[in-house]
Design a binder for this molecule. Structure first.
Ligand SMILES: Nc1ncnc2c1ncn2[C@@H]1O[C@H](COP(=O)(O)OP(=O)(O)O)[C@@H](O)[C@H]1O
Ligand SMILES: [Mg+2]
Length: 277
């Protein structure tokens, strides 16, 4: 990886939440190159979300440095921070929490176009329609409110809004954790297509090793606030060294062995999930 292609460099980052006995993020360092797909895995509570929120400066670190596109992210403020910040976009696990319930989703996708002055007012409706199209949504859905969309559609809206900023890096925090299996695959495929078309890099935070295998070339494993193992995804998961990585691999759900045919069963109605596509 050449120095010139480094997109994100995190150095000695640390954050302890007020009142917590231990740091949520402890001395974390890693780098990510332009266009690279990196997964960040770890047990619940290991500090993944805190790390992502530090990188986008939603919260301030106690220590450490963050360089993005060659610039010191922590040294910037105001308009210059806002402009650089547009290049790295965080997509949350729960798009319903990330979207304003009282505003039509098209307006929310248009926000970055307006805030960052990317598209003149007269051209914004067409730009929003094009963004909807890019993420596989009917542009007519722009008139809807978040609760009028399915979980998968809402996540597509959140991705469209992130893309509107023309990012170089997506931080994806469990982006498909709340979606049904078939919708998960669609969203991961969509993300991968967009990544290839745009030359985006991403940091995919997930506890799903299957998603990490499919959607990353390099993997970082986090435990108790630290990165405990790092390397090519396939190699690390095939021969995990750190105890935390071994525990994740051991806990991975396997396809169950085929069961003997139990014969005809009484019909029971399938339970209906509120988060279907
Ligand atoms: N807003 C917060 N206030 C206080 N403690 C927090 C907050 N967010 C996370 N934590 C704590 O920080 C630790 C790491 O949490 P988190 O970063 O959410 O981990 P992960 O995303 O890997 O599940 C946990 O102990 C969690 O309880
Ligand atoms: Mg988390």
């Amino acid at each position: 990886m050449s120095e010139a292609s480094l997109l994100l460099e995190v150095e000695g980052l640390a954050k302890r939440w007020p009142g917590a006995a231990a740091a949520a993020v402890s001395d974390v360092s890693f780098a990510l190159a332009e266009g690279e797909r990196v997964a960040l895995v770890g047990a619940s509570g290991s500090g993944k979300t805190t790390l992502a929120r530090l990188i986008v400066r939603l919260i301030e670190p106690d220590r450490g440095a963050i360089r993005f596109a060659g610039r010191d992210l922590l040294a910037l403020s105001g308009e210059r921070l806002r402009r650089l910040r547009a290049g790295l976009q965080l997509v949350f696990q729960d798009p319903l929490a990330a979207l304003d319930p009282r505003r039509r989703v098209g307006r929310q996708v248009a926000d970055p176009l307006r805030v960052h002055g990317l598209v003149p007012r007269a051209d914004r409706p067409a730009a929003v329609a094009a963004l909807f199209d890019r993420v596989g949504l009917d542009p007519a859905l722009a008139e809807r409110f978040p609760h009028e969309l399915s979980g998968g559609q809402r996540q597509r809206v959140a991705i469209a809004r992130a893309l509107a900023c023309r990012p170089l890096l997506l931080l994806l925090d469990e982006p498909v954790a709340q979606l049904d299996v078939s919708v998960k695959v669609q969203i991961l495929n969509l993300l991968d297509r967009l990544r290839r078309e745009e030359g985006l890099a991403w940091l995919l935070i997930t506890h799903d090793l299957g998603a990490a295998r499919a959607a990353s070339d390099r993997i970082l494993v986090m435990a108790e606030g630290r990165i405990v193992e790092e390397g090519p995804t396939a190699a690390v998961l095939a021969a995990p060294r750190a105890a935390a990585t071994r525990a994740l691999v051991a806990a991975e759900p396997r396809l169950p062995p085929p069961e003997p045919d139990p014969g005809p069963q009484p019909f029971t109605a399938p339970s209906v999930s509120p988060r279907t596509m």
